[in-house]
Design a protein around this ligand. Structure first.
Ligand code: PLP
Length: 461
């Protein structure tokens, strides 16, 4: 499989190259040149496969040529071995035709484990084949960091450095990162805020001379391999409620548009999806562009669903590429227009977006109401991101005979503030994390200074 850039100017690359590159060198994002398409009969024949076997079926065409089949199967098995449910992505019914897809059964209790557990292993394999090493540098406001660390900790060819704002992440979030004690894992608490951390990562990518020849890599959500791994659970959940013999719909709590973009690809690959609902919190740029063609940037709101607190959704460019007939020059143009203050899509592109997605925005108060209401009626405790997904599902659902599946992106124990505001008790930590508060921690506390952070990284390599 070849991958092309959404801006049309970067060279087409193989899977292995795209995996290590992240962003294309023309500023675009890589997408597969073609997508496999499956008939109803073929999809139906997958109904009895294990999650791991289905994952292999779906992802194989994307990696073929770069990763041998046996090695890939082994990586998939290892990636999902640490999940605490035998079906990996179990479904829970919360109403008539209403389902929750639990994507928080991995080591860090958030859906990012699905992709990052595999990404670390894929990178390690490709790097070992090429006899190269890579330094992963990232910033986190809480959630992504731990999933990235868990995904890379066993990689022999990766060192990972994660910056978090000192004393500004919750204790559970900090401990999920800092209690991973491995030779290649480095946590740095920066005496600044998240933007300071992210600024340091950006500057470091722009000028890598401080690394004395080593190379930086990224595991952020624009990495194609992350999207690829997320396609699988759309198929597994749909099959479990009767697809492809009937249609299904999905509602997805959305931030960077990575997770829901995987759902859109599943549809293009032949899965009969009726509706794809984009659920946002008060940071609603995606809801505004879908419902009223308004892509203006507004200031960032801090909400009870922090993993969706973003101003601009980086993966949306991948959809815009399709919305503009996969014409890279058009996207290049569009980005220039956005930078000059234009904030809307041409009619044809907007129609494409509207035809493929519904959307809804949910504020903090409603989020808590939903958590409380669902708990009162079913004894099932939602995390705030999932509550937003469920509320959006209920609001946008057109045909109640079509099963509606809401993606549960995190375990409620990670977001005690919202759970308490909803009047519910914070649940206990799951079995594999019971001793989190007793575990040894390791992290450096550094001043809010780029040169201090870079000197620390260089010294550890
Ligand atoms: C990252 C994250 C999201 C948003 O996912 P995107 O792929 O960025 O849209 C939603 N919920 C939780 C809990 C997350 O960690």
């Amino acid at each position: 499989m070849k991958y092309i850039s959404t801006r049309g100017k970067a060279p087409a690359l193989s899977f292995g190259d795209v995996l290590l590159a992240g962003l294309a060198n023309d500023g675009g994002l890589y997408v597969p040149e073609t997508l496999p398409h499956y008939s109803k009969e073929e999809i139906a024949s997958w109904a009895d496969l294990s999650y791991q076997a289905l994952a292999f079926k779906i992802m194989w065409p994307f990696v073929e040529g770069d990763i041998p089949a046996d090695a890939f199967k082994k990586m998939i098995d290892e990636a999902y071995a640490g999940f605490n449910h035998s079906s990996i992505a179990p479904m829970v019914q919360v109403g008539n035709n209403e389902w929750i897809l639990e994507l928080f059964r991995g080591p860090t209790l958030a859906f990012k484990d699905f992709a990052l557990q595999l990404l670390g292993r894929l990178m390690d394999y490709v790097l070992s084949e090429r006899k190269e090493k890579l330094v992963i540098l990232g910033a986190t406001s809480g959630d992504t960091g731990s999933a990235a660390i868990e995904g890379c900790r066993h990689s022999e060819h990766l060192d990972i450095f994660i910056l978090h704002p000192y004393q500004r992440v919750s204790e559970v979030q900090r401990r999920q990162m800092t209690t991973v004690i491995d030779d290649n894992v480095f946590n740095i608490a920066v005496k600044g805020n998240f933007d300071d951390c992210q600024g340091m990562v950006k500057s470091s990518f722009a000028d890598q001379s401080f690394l004395n020849g080593a190379k930086l890599g990224a595991v952020n959500s624009i990495n194609w391999a992350r999207i690829m791994a997320q396609i699988v659970y759309y198929f597994s959940s749909a099959l479990s409620v009767g697809a492809p013999h009937r249609k299904v719909s999905f509602s997805v709590p959305t931030g960077n548009f990575g997770d829901i973009f995987a759902g859109y690809l599943a549809k293009k690959m032949g899965l009969p999806i009726d509706q794809l609902v984009v659920a946002t919190n008060k940071n609603d740029i995606l809801h505004r562009v879908i419902s009223e063609n308004d892509m203006s940037r507004q200031s960032l709101n801090v909400t009870l669903s922090p993993s969706m607190d973003i101003m601009v959704s980086s993966n949306f460019e991948r959809l815009l590429f399709d919305a503009h007939g996969r014409d890279g020059a058009e996207i290049d143009d569009l980005m220039a227009r956005f930078n000059n203050g234009d904030v809307s899509l041409k009619d044809q592109a907007w129609s494409f977006v509207k035809d493929n997605f519904d959307s809804y925005k949910v504020d903090d108060e409603k989020t808590c109401d939903v958590i409380a209401d669902v708990f009162a009626k079913t004894q099932y405790l939602l995390d705030p991101h999932t509550a937003i997904g469920l509320e959006a599902a209920r609001h946008c659902w057109k045909d109640k005979s079509v099963p509606m599946i809401t993606l549960a992106t995190a375990h409620p124990v990670k977001f005690p503030e919202a759970v308490e505001k909803a009047g519910c008790d914070t649940p206990a930590l799951p079995e594999h994390m019971k001793d989190l508060f007793e575990r040894e921690e390791s992290y450096a506390v550094l001043e809010n200074s780029l040169s201090d952070v870079q000197a620390f990284v260089a010294a550890k390599l």
